[in-house]
Design a protein around this ligand. Sequence first.
Ligand SMILES: Nc1nc2c(c(=O)[nH]1)N[C@@H](CN(C=O)c1ccc(C(=O)N[C@@H](CCC(=O)O)C(=O)O)cc1)CN2
Ligand code: GAR
Length: 188
Amino acid sequence: MRIAVFVSGSGSNLQNIIDAVQDGRLANVEIAMVMADRDCYGIVRALDVDIPTYLLEDRSTFSEDADHNLEGEDIDLIVLAGFLSILTPEFTQKWEGKIINIHPALLPKFGGKGMYGKQVHKAVLESGDTESGATVHYVTAGVDEGEIIVQGTFPVEKGDTIEDLQRKVAEVEKEILIEAIQKINLGL
Ligand SMILES: Nc1nc2c(c(=O)[nH]1)N[C@@H](CN(C=O)c1ccc(C(=O)N[C@@H](CCC(=O)O)C(=O)O)cc1)CN2
Ligand SMILES: NCC(=O)N[C@@H]1O[C@H](COP(=O)([O-])[O-])[C@@H](O)[C@H]1O
């Protein structure tokens, strides 16, 4: 299975996929390309292992530019990994059922436009919820509205900070993203 990974940030989820391919947890999966909508450390991680990488900085045309780069590459799955731009309806329609995203909360709670990174953790803490987690879902034109594939949970403890949630989310994401990709890879 050939996958393309879209990034905007540190690329910890991309690194997790790279590691899983290299150690055999993701057998017969190839990261064919990485595309970024801004200069970010995710690009460094991709270049370190010689993955073809594209920096598409014009946000107004990212979906169109990304689609152009995907043409003829036989991509089976697009993974949004810490990706922060909203893809156009045209793009999500063309690639329907082939785009997944990882979100740092238990959707459908704490999702939608404006809900990314620390904003999500802040909202979870302010809600008083005693459980949170992360979600891998299919991507549609709406933001964070697609069918849920896998979720993982952790307890939110009294006194937890945004940084505590970031750490706990990262641990759960390491598991569920690989589980989701493998599930799709196996046609389950
Ligand atoms: N069409 C879709 N595009 C994207 C989806 C999706 O479900 N449908 N998921 C997001 C990922 N995401 C949450 O998991 C998310 C990312 C970004 C935002 C957001 O509000 N972004 C800001 C801009 C932030 C920036 O560029 O620094 C905005 O659009 O105003 C919300 C949710 C990826 N794309
Ligand atoms: N709504 C999108 C969103 O908030 N994505 C979140 O960005 C973080 C950094 O990812 P990274 O380290 O892989 O770049 C991850 O926790 C991911 O869930």
